[in-house]
Ligand binder design. Structure first.
Ligand SMILES: Nc1ncnc2c1ncn2[C@@H]1O[C@H](COP(=O)(O)OP(=O)(O)OP(=O)(O)O)[C@@H](O)[C@H]1O
Ligand SMILES: [Mg+2]
Length: 241
């Protein structure tokens, strides 16, 4: 942990009543890093991301963004501080057009429409498929396109830190590759990303560093590429025995 970290978690606990979903998690993310959190179903990955986004209260511990304690900052104001979440299950508005879904992503900053138009134009360059379908209802998009939309919507607030919760969930292998290509492009553009994934091999390959979460605790941490060849990871998460 250093004073230059963009995101710092210090002994974070999150509970649902008696269920201790996240226990004593400390981690740090430097500007420009892609950090992945991998773990099995129910390990606490979404709970941790939602706590960072301000959607779940902490039972104890602290979360800092650029050195600032986020404790008193509600979720919608965290967006203004540069945090954006692309949630598990995508959560696009099915009856709204692609374009309207994107514009909704920008609203939290209440900016003038010229800035919103400029961001739309930029995102349509990154996601040409969304540009082609901008007038189409989001619910008629394929799963992969909806995932692209969920990521693009999060990017509309011009975050410094993007939180991605299982972007590959339920997608065909070729589409998963498209999603990871986008993640690499965003990394190359200098965005800092925390990526939660069950697709451990792809996530570790795309990430600078990784944390393994097991029943709410971090059990292993290291460089993404190093963990790809770690026997513990290979046996438990990559299906190699
Ligand atoms: N709203 C809730 N109320 C009570 N318990 C919950 C709630 N949401 C999650 N949990 C519990 O907290 C633990 C962590 O769940 P979480 O959704 O964070 O895991 P996850 O790692 O994201 O799993 P998945 O890979 O299935 O998305 C699980 O034991 C889960 O049953
Ligand atoms: Mg989850």
């Amino acid at each position: 942990m250093s004073q230059h970290d963009l995101l710092t978690l210090d002994a974070v606990h999150v509970s649902y009543g008696p269920v201790h979903a996240v226990r004593d998690v400390s981690m740090a993310v430097a500007p420009g890093e892609v950090v992945t959190i991998i773990g099995a179903n129910g390990a606490g990955k979404s709970t941790l991301l939602n706590a960072i986004a301000g959607l779940r209260p902490l039972a104890s511990g602290r979360i800092l963004l650029g050195g600032r304690d986020l404790g008193p900052v509600p979720a919608h104001r965290r967006v203004g501080l540069g945090l954006a979440l692309s949630p598990e299950g995508r959560r696009v508005f099915p009856d709204q057009s692609v374009r309207d879904n994107l514009v909704l992503g920008a609203y939290s900053k209440r900016e003038g429409s010229r800035q919103v138009e400029a961001r739309l134009a930029h995102l349509f360059e990154l996601f040409p498929r969304l540009k082609e379908r901008r007038q189409q209802a989001a619910g008629t998009l394929s799963g992969g396109e909806q995932q692209m939309l969920a990521i693009a919507r999060a990017l509309m607030s011009e975050p410094s830190l993007l939180l991605l919760d299982e972007p590959s969930l339920g997608l065909a292998p070729m589409v998963v590759q498209d999603i990871f290509r986008i993640i690499r492009t965003l990394r190359d553009l200098g965005l800092t990303i925390v990526l939660v994934e069950q697709m451990a091999s792809e996530a570790l390959a795309a990430a600078d560093r990784a944390y393994v979460l097991e029943t709410g605790r971090i059990t292993i941490t290291g460089r993404g590429r190093d963990l790809l060849s770690d026997p513990r990871i290979r046996a438990a998460y990559l299906g190699v025995h």
